[in-house]
Design a binder for this molecule. Structure first.
Ligand code: CA
Length: 371
C-alpha cells in the first residue's frame, strides 16, 4: 500500500511538473495582454562573419552548414545569415567584429588571433602537434575546451570547435626542397606557429587570407604557399601557380576551425537554444572532418593525373630539423604569459598520452594494414 501511495504521489508530481512545463509554453500572463513574448516563441536573427570566401568548399560551405542546422535544430528560432570574407568585415577583423557585437558569430581559425593572445594558437594547429581525432579528444575530454574558453573570455567571446581539416599538405613550391638550406630566403604564406618555424629556418612567413593566395603566388610576390589540402587547393587553382606539391603537412596535422560567439548574444539565448547552438557546432566539427577525409584523395588524383602536379615528400632530415625547431618555437610561447604556459602544459601532456596510445592503436593498425 505504501508503494502504491508513493507511486501515486510520484505520478501526481510528474503531472504537476508537466503541467507547469506546458503552462510555460502558453502566455503566462493571461491577465496582461500585449506583454513580451515567452522564451519559446522568441526568435533570434544572427549574423555569422567568416574568414573564408563565400561558399568556399569545406570551410565556407561548413559555415553555411552550421548556420543551416542551427536554424533546423531550433525550429527557426535562431536564424543565422552567413557573410563571406569582406562582405561585412575584412577576414582578419571578424574577431573584433564579433567581440563588439557587429555580428553574433565568427567562423575562422584561432591561430589568426595570435596578436590578441599567444595561447590562441594552440586551439587551431601546432606543428607536430595533435591530429584531428586527437584535437577533438583534447578539447572535449581532456580540458582543452575549458582552457580555450578562458583564453577567449577577456574578448567577450565563447569559442567552439566547428570543423577540422585533418592532416594538411606541406604546400606549393616552385623549386624542390632538398635540405633546410632551401628554406632560407623563402617567402611563404604560412600562418601561425608553422610560420614561426619557417622564420627560424631562415624563411619569411607571410599571412594572407585564402582569397589572395593565387594571385600572390602567380605574380611572384611570394615564393610558396600552404593552404589546406587537395580538396581546397584544387578549388583555388594553386596548381596553376606552382609545380611541386609537398607533404606531409607537419605544420598543421589536424587543424581545428572555430565558431566563436559573442558572449552577450549567447547568454541572451534561453538554455535550450544555447545547447542547440553549441551542439550544432559539434555536429559541424564532425561533418567537416568527414568531408575532407572523403574528398581529399579524389582531388589529389585530379591534381596529379589531370594537372601533372609533381608530388614530393619532404626529406627525412628536413622533417627532423624542423621538428626540433618546432618544439623550441612552441615551448617559447609558454614564456609569453601565464595562461599560455597553462595551455602549453595541458597540450604537451595530452600529446604525450595521445602519442603513447596511438603508437599501438592508429599507427600499429595503419602499419599492419599496409599501403
Ligand atoms: Ca593551412
Amino acid at each position: 500500500m505504501k508503494r502504491r501511495t508513493f507511486l501515486h504521489k510520484l505520478g501526481a508530481g510528474t503531472l504537476a511538473a508537466g503541467g507547469t512545463l506546458a503552462a510555460g509554453c502558453q502566455p503566462q500572463d493571461q491577465g496582461s495582454p500585449g506583454s513580451a513574448p515567452t522564451a519559446r516563441s522568441e526568435t533570434f536573427q544572427w549574423k555569422m562573419v567568416t574568414t573564408w570566401p563565400k561558399n568556399f568548399p569545406g570551410m565556407g560551405t561548413g559555415a553555411n552548414y552550421l548556420a543551416r542546422i542551427i536554424g533546423e535544430m531550433s525550429g527557426g528560432r535562431v536564424q543565422v545569415r552567413v557573410y563571406g570574407a569582406n562582405e561585412l568585415v575584412p577576414p582578419f577583423e571578424i574577431f573584433d567584429a564579433v567581440g563588439r557585437g557587429t555580428a553574433e558569430m565568427g567562423h575562422g581559425a584561432s591561430y589568426y588571433w595570435k596578436g590578441k593572445s599567444e595561447a590562441a594558437q594552440f586551439f587551431s594547429a601546432v606543428p607536430f602537434g595533435l591530429t584531428g581525432q586527437e584535437m577533438n579528444a583534447w578539447l572535449y575530454h581532456a580540458g582543452g575546451m575549458e582552457l580555450w574558453e578562458e583564453v577567449y573570455a577577456p574578448f567577450g567571446l565563447v569559442p567552439t570547435a566547428a570543423g577540422n581539416t585533418g592532416v594538411q599538405m606541406g604546400g606549393w613550391f616552385n623549386k624542390e626542397i632538398h635540405s633546410v638550406q632551401d628554406l632560407q630566403g623563402l617567402k611563404m604564406r604560412i600562418p601561425g606557429l608553422g610560420g614561426e618555424v619557417l622564420r627560424r629556418a631562415g624563411g619569411t612567413p607571410v599571412n594572407l587570407p585564402g582569397g589572395e593566395l593565387f594571385t600572390s603566388l602567380q605574380s611572384g610576390a611570394i615564393d610558396a604557399v600552404e593552404w589546406v589540402g587537395p580538396y581546397n587547393d584544387l578549388a583555388f587553382g594553386l596548381h596553376r601557380a606552382a609545380r611541386y606539391y609537398y607533404y606531409p603537412g607537419w605544420h598543421e596535422p589536424g587543424t581545428t576551425l572555430e565558431c566563436f560567439i559573442n558572449r552577450k548574444a549567447f547568454e541572451a539565448l534561453p538554455p535550450d537554444l544555447q545547447s542547440i547552438v553549441k551542439n550544432a557546432c559539434k555536429v559541424a566539427n564532425l561533418d567537416m572532418l568527414s568531408e575532407y577525409t572523403a574528398r581529399n584523395n579524389d582531388a589529389l588524383r585530379s591534381l596529379v593525373d589531370e594537372h601533372q602536379v609533381e608530388l614530393r615528400r619532404f626529406p627525412d632530415d628536413v622533417l627532423a630539423t624542423i621538428r626540433k625547431m618546432s618544439d623550441e618555437v612552441v615551448a617559447e610561447i609558454a614564456d609569453k604569459d601565464a595562461l599560455s604556459r597553462k595551455v602549453y602544459e595541458s597540450f604537451l601532456a595530452f600529446r604525450e598520452q595521445a602519442m603513447a596510445w596511438h603508437d599501438l592503436s592508429e599507427r600499429a593498425y595503419l602499419n599492419a594494414r599496409g599501403s
